[in-house]
Design a protein around this ligand. Sequence first.
Ligand SMILES: CC(C)(COP(=O)(O)OP(=O)(O)OC[C@H]1O[C@@H](n2cnc3c(N)ncnc32)[C@H](O)[C@@H]1OP(=O)(O)O)[C@@H](O)C(=O)NCCC(=O)NCCS
Length: 334
Amino acid sequence: MVKSKYINSLMARAKKNVKTIVLPEGEDLRVLEAAHIVSEEGVAKLIVLGNVAEMQAHFAAKGWRTDGIEFINPEESPRLREYADLLYELRKEKGLSRDDADKLALNHNYFGTLMIKSGHADGMVSGANHSTADTVRPALQIIKAAKKGASASSFFIMISHDEPYIFSDCGVIINPTDKELADIALNAAQTAILLGIEPNVAMLSFSTKGSAKGDEVDKVTRATKMAQEALLTDEYKNLGIKIDGELQADAALDSVVAAKKAPGSEVAGKARVLIFPNLEAGNICYKLLQRLGDCEAYGPILQGLNAPVNDLSRGCFAEDVVGAIVITCIQATK
Ligand SMILES: CC(C)(COP(=O)(O)OP(=O)(O)OC[C@H]1O[C@@H](n2cnc3c(N)ncnc32)[C@H](O)[C@@H]1OP(=O)(O)O)[C@@H](O)C(=O)NCCC(=O)NCCS
């Protein structure tokens, strides 16, 4: 079972509207264990890709039921031709040859992503054995960002003392421009709303309200202004989102520090969504909190895509895979 109360509460939500999630890494025993837990809980229908006989033998050896789970070997799938044709059509203008489309459709991450594109699955969770780039690239190429001209990014749910926080972007955009940083903040705020977390967004920096100077600080203040301007538009104005910056992490989270460093801020001291100035800061920070700070970390979860495709850390446990599947189900209900 999953230990986090918060993830359990999301699990209860997911059960009310069961989605189909594809897991491309059926060769991984952590993924098979997660598939067993999720199907026993009735959280999602699952499609697991891999060697069907081997996966079924593992379930039989463990005494696990396979109800609610479909095992597919892409090489033997009657839909392989259909998916390869779809991939070719979608990518031929980008220079993909028919031969390469045929080969790529056999790659489990591409096969799973093409299942979503074809409406045969609602979401995907992969990455127990693949790098973030290899998991995310097919999604960016095939599923695409939900809004034209906007970027997809990623977030982690970080759980500290049973309280969930959103950290973004710790997984995709390496060095965001001002506009990308503003998009990350707006996407993360919408993610927070979807996941029942207060959309109080802090744009993090090593400076609070002008306490330090530098190009890095200026980038965060410009992105904050862009995101705040977007909050006045019809798309965002009634969502209750608050964004402020630039803030140091202590001013964002601690009300005593906030009163000194950022008096009058609606967000300082109450932030639940933390936006990092770049991937380096975000990725290092989430891993430190996970290893030294006793926080649970779920992600990277993609945001801003047309359908949910989510990554796992290669060091993940079966419980993390369950958490990622649950979050993917909630995103798929949007
Ligand atoms: C995500 C990532 C793989 C994409 O880079 P890439 O594979 O070089 O991708 P490309 O630049 O070739 O772009 C591929 C497609 O995705 C699109 N794309 C890339 N980044 C995107 C984004 N953030 N949002 C939306 N679309 C994006 C491109 O427009 C391109 O589309 P097209 O081929 O239809 O024109 C890259 O940003 C990356 O490696 N990020 C860091 C991942 C990582 O290592 N994280 C740390 C561990 S968690």
